[in-house]
Design a protein around this ligand. Structure first.
Ligand SMILES: NC(=O)c1ccc[n+]([C@@H]2O[C@H](COP(=O)([O-])OP(=O)(O)OC[C@H]3O[C@@H](n4cnc5c(N)ncnc54)[C@H](O)[C@@H]3O)[C@@H](O)[C@H]2O)c1
Ligand SMILES: O=C(O)C[C@@H](O)C(=O)O
Ligand SMILES: [K+]
Ligand SMILES: [Mn+2]
Length: 352
């Protein structure tokens, strides 16, 4: 019996709805498989916790998490209670950085039974490798003066190590896919970091002569996501560009509610963290209609990470069957609830 100890952080808003739904599916997968076992330990760390304790997680939160095989997270953020930069940096971004989850992989593809808003989606199948530890997301900078003379300075950090690592990951991934890497740049407008990004890309690609590559400015690249997403295989992007592109990736699939993600620790020192692309969706929280597919597909990425690719593949097939048969939440044109979708996925997994 293979045993996986998983730390579960539902977080805020719909995280508290889609995480239990996805756990049911994972539990069903384990039952059906018979050879794997999950041990869940849930942590109530979110914005409510912050109101009570003045922090998003206890001081030894990272020590607690360190012992787990993986972290399964819903979403963080309740701007009514806690400013977003405080809640995200106090938990989500803290874990990504301290646990050296330096890569964030986020696939987007045409799904059976889910209509893309694109007139011609052309069966696209892409994956964004988002640099997850530096870039535009930095605490370097500051603010001085108030009012009319106020100044805010925000420094982006691009290290050769960080950039090269993300790019190499993208090229390695392309070897296992369709052999193409696109770099998301903006070296026409960003004067220092993006020409540097291009230089590193040109250096790295020399080591992967069998892989085709291209570089697009992020503005044009975003437009191509809409007009011809089928041209992309692997895309490597900085932290912010990758963030924006992957909401767009969700949108062209049909809903940001189905987009999965994995924050990967590459050196094996710390657990990786699995959380979908979407946030806590305060606008629909409490209605029971949040799409659980993003969280369930994220669970599939966790299985892949544990080397259980076969199982993961089955899960995705079942998800597509369920949507193809019209059991869908309102964001993708159905009228099923979060629970109904998850229950149907479980039912079909049991019938396999
Ligand atoms: N990784 C994370 O934890 C994460 C990611 C993004 C945003 N956030 C936080 O979430 C909060 C809300 O952010 P936002 O509104 O910009 O983005 P969001 O992703 O929460 O919501 C954007 C839109 O997509 C819809 N949506 C999102 N997930 C859905 C799902 N599963 N099913 C159906 N519809 C879904 C929402 O209803 C909303 O209309 C903020 O506090 C933000 O900081 C957290
Ligand atoms: O900006 C972030 O990374 C938080 C959230 O938007 C995400 O994509 O995970
Ligand atoms: K999330
Ligand atoms: Mn985002």
């Amino acid at each position: 019996m293979k045993k996986f100890e998983i730390a579960v952080i539902p977080g805020d808003g719909i995280g508290k709805e889609v995480v239990p739904a996805a756990l049911d599916v994972l539990q069903t997968v384990a039952d059906v498989h018979g050879g794997i076992q999950f041990d869940w330990t849930e942590f109530p760390w979110n914005c409510d916790y912050y109101l009570e304790h003045g922090k998003m997680m206890p001081d030894n939160g990272l020590e607690i998490l360190q012992g787990f095989d993986g972290i399964f997270l819903g979403a963080i953020g309740n701007p009514q209670l806690v400013p977003d930069h405080v809640s995200l940096w106090g938990l989500l971004i803290k874990i990504r950085r301290e646990f050296e989850q330096v890569i964030n992989i986020r696939p987007a593809k045409c799904m059976k039974g889910i209509r893309s808003p694109l007139v011609n989606p052309n069966d696209f199948d892409l994956i964004v490798v988002r640099e997850n530890s530096e870039g535009e997301y930095s605490e370097i900078g500051g603010r001085i003066h108030r009012g009319e003379d106020e100044i805010a300075v925000q420094n982006a950090i691009f290290t050769r190590k960080g950039v090269e690592r993300a790019m190499r990951y993208a090229f390695e991934l392309a070897k296992k896919r369709r052999g193409h890497v696109t770099s998301a740049t903006k070296s026409n407008g960003i004067f220092h970091s993006m020409p540097f990004w291009d230089e590193v890309f040109n250096d790295v690609k020399k080591d992967y002569r069998e892989i085709e590559s291209a570089a697009f400015h992020i503005d044009a690249l975003a437009a191509f996501f809409v007009t011809r997403p089928q041209i992309f295989d692997v895309i490597v992007a900085s932290n912010l560009f990758g963030d924006i592109l992957t909401d767009l990736g969700g949108a062209i699939m049909g809903s940001i509610g189905i987009a999965p993600a994995a924050n990967i620790n590459l050196n094996g020192k710390y657990p990786s963290m699995f959380e979908p692309v979407h946030g806590s969706a305060p606008d629909i929280y409490g209605k029971g209609i949040a799409n659980p597919i993003g969280q369930i597909w994220t669970a599939k990425m966790m299985l892949d990470h544990f080397g259980e690719d076969e199982l993961g593949k089955k899960m995705l097939e079942v998800l597509e069957e369920v949507t193809a048969d019209g059991i869908k939440t309102p964001d993708i044109g159905g009228n099923a609830s979060t629970r109904e979708v998850a229950n149907e996925v479980c039912r079909r997994l049991k019938a396999l």
